[in-house]
Design a protein around this ligand. Structure first.
Ligand SMILES: [Zn+2]
Length: 277
């Protein structure tokens, strides 16, 4: 048993018994760990808010090989990212980030790059204009998928392999140039072209249509076009379709029954956004 220190992002917490809680944390140096904080629920916790979700904290804990739970000895806030708590859209986005890591990552597998990318993603979600955050979330989802070894096919049709279906011209930003993609199939793991989809044998449950070009553009590493389709700003419903397509893909490939609750919450927030505008 070793007493170790790491910077960590708190993903989730839940109660344990009468007075303790378990904080699931993504640590920079030890990967995902489950930290038991004793006595925190007796009011006036000595850890304060340091073990609340979406906090970036320094944690000191007893690492025990082969054990699921580690006892936390100290926790202090390193970064608060308060906007993630104040604004409901930002909160929903940040919630999706931490839920993805909580549900998808194996325990005890450190990945410094992913840790840094996650912290900077949360920082952007806390500070950048809300209208740009969808593309930030999509990029994060794609990045996590790639790191876990299941990169979606976004440059050619996942069924027939054709690559002249509009992704390239969408990157040039030409209006109306996005025909060719029928949609995105979470099951097949990529974009499906019109020809394959029109045959009828192929199910394309998420027919995101022209918006599929946005996914192709994201894969092409061009965030600038990510929030427009043929020069028009996307509606909340369209943005939700794309988030749902990527979410279903991750759910599908996670290899166990999984439903990302944060994406339902985000969809609800978006419906409010839509009814306000
Ligand atoms: Zn095809």
């Amino acid at each position: 048993m070793a007493l170790v220190t790491s910077r960590a992002i708190v993903l989730r917490n839940h109660r344990l018994g009468e007075t303790s809680k378990v904080a699931v944390c993504y640590t920079r140096d030890y990967g995902k760990v489950r930290l038991v904080a004793k006595g925190v629920r007796k009011g006036g916790s000595r850890f304060g808010a340091a073990l609340e979700p979406l906090m970036v904290s320094g944690v000191v804990f007893y690492l025990r090989e082969g054990r699921d739970l580690s006892l936390v000895s100290q926790a202090s806030i390193e970064r608060e990212l308060p906007e993630l708590r104040r604004d409901v859209v930002r909160m929903a986005m940040g919630g999706a980030v931490v839920e993805l890591l909580e549900r998808l990552l194996p325990d005890h597998e450190p990945d410094c790059e992913l840790y840094e990318f996650t912290e900077s993603t949360l920082e952007v979600m806390s500070e950048a204009p809300v209208a740009t955050l969808d593309a930030v979330l999509w990029r994060f989802m794609l990045d996590v998928a790639c790191r876990l070894g299941y990169r979606p096919e976004l440059s050619r049709c996942v069924h027939c392999g054709e690559d002249d279906c509009g992704g390239g011209s969408a990157r040039d930003g030409e209006a109306g140039s996005t025909a060719g993609w029928a949609g995105f199939s979470p099951e097949l793991g990529g974009l499906v072209c019109d020809r394959c989809a029109s045959g009828g044998e192929l199910e394309v449950p998420l027919a995101v249509g022209p918006e599929a070009a946005v996914l192709a553009a994201l894969a092409g590493d061009d965030g600038a076009v990510a929030l427009t389709v043929a020069g028009h700003e996307m509606t909340p419903a369209t943005r939700d379709d794309i988030t749902r397509a990527l979410g279903s893909f991750l759910e599908q490939h996670a290899g166990r029954s999984m439903r990302l609750k944060s994406l339902d919450f985000l969809a609800q927030v978006r419906r409010l956004e839509e009814s306000d505008s």
